[in-house]
Design a protein around this ligand. Structure first.
Ligand SMILES: *Cc1c(COP(=O)(O)O)cnc(C)c1O
Length: 344
C-alpha cells in the first residue's frame, strides 16, 4: 500500500480540524456546562450530542466485533461514501474504479467531487476479476469500490477476487457490505486488521430496520478513521439517532429473527417468480431483494404501479435489461405482489 500521507489530499492531511466545545472538554463528570452557548432549558435536547458517538460505538463494537477506534459513524452510508472522495481524491486529477452495475451513490459522489469515475462492466454472471479491475487503474487511482452482496444484482462477489484486489491494489479498497446480514459469506470487517488499505461499509438502513434514523458506518484503520473524523461535520450524528441506535442494538436477536423470516420469504418469492410465464430468469441473491428478468419490465412495472405496488425498474441499467428489482416485504405484501403478477 502507498503511504496514507501520499494517498491523502495535502490540504486534508495538513488540516487543523474545527475544535468544538465538546471536543475541548470531553469529560461528562462536570456539574455546570457554560462552554457551548447552549440554552440551559429544554433538556436533553438543549445539549450538543457527543461528536464522536462513543457510547454508541461501544455498543456497535460488541455487535460487530470491531474495536470502537476502528469505527466511523455517519449520516447514513452516504456520508461514509462521500468522505473517501473528500479525503483522498484531488478534484479534476484523481480517479476511482468501480464494478458496473452497482450502487449509484459511488458515481454521484464522484461527480459532485469532480473525480473521474471508471466503471468496469461485470460479466454475464455479474462477477468480476481482480485483473480486469486492476487494469483500469493508473497512478491517479485512489479508490476501488466493491459492493458485496452487490446492488442491484443481489449476488456476492467472488471472495478470492475481492481479496486479490485488496492485496494487489496500492490505494484504498472500499467494500460496501450493506446487505451482509442477509448473506452467509464471511464479512470483510473480520479481516480489517490484516489490511491497512481496506474500508468496510455497513448501515442500519437494511437488516436493522432503521433507514429513517440515518446511521451508516465505516470500519477501517485508526489512521483512516482519524482522517474521516477530521473532515466530517462536528455533530454529524444527532442525539435522537444515537439514542435510537443504542436502543436497536440492545436487541440483535430481533434482527436475527427478521432476517430469518425475510430469507424464508425470499425463497418463497424466488420460487414463485420462477413459475411466472412473464419472468424469464431470477438471478442468484444473497440480499433482501432479488433481480428478475421479465418479458417486458417497463410494462409490468407500470401495471404494478396501477395496482399500488411499487418495485424498482432497473430496465435502463447496464446488463439489467428488462429487469425488476424486488425487495422482500412482509408475507402479506409479498403475496399481494405475486397475486398481481399472476393476473398480468
Ligand atoms: C441501501 C444501501 C446503502 C445504505 O445507505 P444509507 O445511506 O446507509 O441508508 C449503502 N450501500 C448500498 C449498496 C445500499 O444498497
Amino acid at each position: 500500500m502507498i503511504s496514507l500521507e501520499r494517498l491523502c489530499r495535502k490540504n486534508i492531511w495538513d488540516l487543523a480540524p474545527y475544535s468544538s466545545a465538546r471536543n475541548e472538554y470531553a469529560g461528562r463528570e462536570a456539574r455546570v456546562f457554560l462552554d457551548a452557548n447552549e440554552n440551559p432549558y429544554n433538556q436533553p435536547f438543549n445539549r450538543y450530542p457527543d461528536p464522536l458517538q462513543l457510547e454508541l460505538k461501544a455498543a456497535l463494537a460488541k455487535v460487530k466485533g470491531v474495536p470502537a477506534e476502528n469505527i466511523f459513524l455517519g449520516n447514513g452510508s452516504d456520508e461514509a461514501i462521500d468522505l473517501p472522495y473528500r479525503c483522498f481524491c484531488n478534484p479534476g486529477k484523481d480517479n476511482v474504479v468501480a464494478i458496473e452495475p452497482t450502487y449509484g451513490m459511488y458515481k454521484v459522489c464522484a461527480d459532485i467531487n469532480d473525480v473521474e469515475y471508471r466503471p468496469v462492466l461485470l460479466d454475464d454472471h455479474y462477477q468480476f476479476t481482480a485483473d480486469r479491475l486492476l487494469a483500469a487503474t493508473d497512478a491517479h487511482t485512489k479508490l476501488i469500490w466493491l459492493c458485496t452482496p452487490n446492488n442491484p444484482t443481489g449476488n456476492c462477489l467472488k471472495h478470492e477476487e475481492v481479496v486479490k484486489v485488496i492485496e494487489q491494489f496500492e490505494g484504498l479498497v472500499i467494500v460496501d457490505e450493506a446487505y451482509s446480514d442477509f448473506s452467509s459469506q464471511p464479512t470483510f470487517r473480520s479481516v480489517l486488521s490484516k489490511y491497512p488499505n481496506l474500508i468496510v461499509l455497513n448501515t442500519m438502513s437494511k437488516a436493522w430496520g432503521c433507514a429513517a434514523i440515518r446511521l451508516g458506518m465505516a470500519f477501517a484503520s485508526q489512521e483512516i478513521i482519524g482522517l474521516f473524523n477530521k473532515v466530517k461535520y462536528p455533530y454529524n450524528v444527532n442525539l435522537l439517532t444515537q439514542q435510537q441506535a443504542i436502543e436497536a442494538l440492545k436487541d440483535p436477536y430481533e434482527v436475527d429473527n427478521w432476517v430469518k423470516i425475510l430469507l424464508q420469504e425470499r425463497t418463497r418469492m424466488v420460487d414463485a417468480f420462477e413459475m411466472l410465464p412473464i419472468c424469464t430468469k431470477v438471478y442468484p441473491t444473497d440480499a433482501n431483494f432479488f433481480l428478475a428478468k421479465m418479458t417486458d419490465a417497463p410494462k409490468i412495472y407500470n401495471y404494478l404501479v396501477d395496482q399500488g405496488i411499487i418495485v424498482r425498474n432497473r430496465h435502463r441499467v447496464q446488463l439489467c435489461n428488462n429487469c425488476l428489482r424486488i425487495t422482500i416485504g412482509t408475507k402479506t405484501e409479498n403475496s399481494e405482489l405475486i397475486a398481481a403478477l399472476r393476473k398480468f
